[in-house]
Design a binder for this molecule. Structure first.
Ligand code: DP6
Length: 320
């Protein structure tokens, strides 16, 4: 009746932005991500109490704000007549700040809920359930490189290689520690309804996926860098042109991009990606990780720098 799962966040190199079915939370586009190793969320779900309502404790404190989405996640896995749960979540990085905390939280909650109820679900089924709670969470069921494909009326997940297959490094520059003003779910809908670039974003995604898939298969860093930066900037262009405009960047975000452009000019094998928040994720080859870390640490406005290798899939750590 109780289980604990750990999931790591994943960072999209080809982004999910926009939904084609809000009720089922189906993405309008496919996406490709890398799962990180050093950041994680650990979630325990305990169904053994006889309490009347779900209780959520995040990093030691009761949290009412995130509870409705986590309760809905448990309903999806266990059905609406499930026992009420005690959910304990511990996260070792900033929450709701554009570091994919929802991906790791919903992947771990889905897995822990299934474990607590002794359900035997395939990875694909677990990923679909987690994706219904938060689209990006589906990808955290795969280590290394994961692709989420849009199959028309559903999603399908594929591994494009585990974390050992191409040991890239990620250097995350934290430029702001507070939560973001607009959550991804709401921001995507604003983009879909108002951005003049939204339709071309959706229609061009397939060609970006092909290029990224090929780059990963051939370990072609130059091609992966080029398509990932292009895809990221296209997503942010969609956001910037939305009404109201959604600019998640701050001055330090731009400073980090300048630092990375300079490093690239010096021959450093690095590229950037940015999600719905001001943090900059620099993906690089292991030999270049130290230069990237030092340069980002010295960039004005950077508060903190975190290093990560590619990580493994969401997993159960304990069941009772
Ligand atoms: C910019 O998965 O958080 O990080 O499905 O509404 O919960 P919901 O959205 P979410 O959006 C992630 C957006 C992104 C890009 C990505 O991870 O692919």
């Amino acid at each position: 009746m109780q289980a604990t799962a750990i999931a790591q966040p994943n960072i999209a190199l080809i982004k999910y932005w926009g939904k084609r079915d809000i009720d089922r939370n189906l993405p309008a586009v496919g996406s490709i991500s890398i799962t990180l190793s050093e950041l994680h969320t650990e979630v325990s779900v305990d169904l053994s109490g006889d309490q009347p309502v779900d209780v959520l404790i995040v990093n030691g404190e009761e949290n009412q704000q995130m509870l409705p989405r986590l309760s809905a996640c448990l309903d999806r896995v266990l059905g609406p007549t499930r026992p009420r749960a005690n959910i304990q979540s511990n996260c070792n990085f900033p929450i709701a700040a554009g570091l994919a905390s929802s991906a790791s939280a919903f992947a771990a909650t889905t897995l822990a809920a299934a474990g607590a109820a002794n359900l035997s679900l395939s990875t694909q089924e677990l990923a679909r359930l987690a994706g219904a709670s938060s689209g990006s969470a589906a990808r955290s069921f795969y280590g290394g490189f994961a692709e989420l494909r849009n199959t028309g009326d559903d999603i399908a997940l594929t591994s494009l290689g585990d974390e050992e297959s191409w040991p890239l490094q990620v250097v995350v520059a934290i430029t702001e520690s507070g939560p973001k003003a607009t959550g991804s779910t709401e921001a995507m809908e604003i983009s879909r309804k108002s951005s003049p670039f939204y339709d071309s974003w959706v229609s061009q995604q397939e060609q970006d996926l092909v290029l990224a898939r090929d780059a990963i298969a051939g370990q072609d860093f130059t091609q992966l860098a080029s398509i990932a930066e292009h895809n990221c900037l296209k997503m942010h262009s969609v956001m910037w042109a939305s009404r109201p405009p959604m600019v998640f960047w701050n001055a330090a975000t731009v400073q980090c991009l300048e630092t990375l452009r300079r490093l690239q000019g010096e021959g450093c094998r690095v590229f950037f990606t940015i999600d719905a928040g001001p943090q900059v994720k620099a993906v690089c080859l292991p030999d270049d990780a130290d230069s990237v870390r030092q340069a980002l640490t010295a960039t004005p406005g950077v508060l903190n720098v975190m290093m990560s290798r590619l990580g493994s899939a969401a997993r159960l750590v304990q069941e009772r």
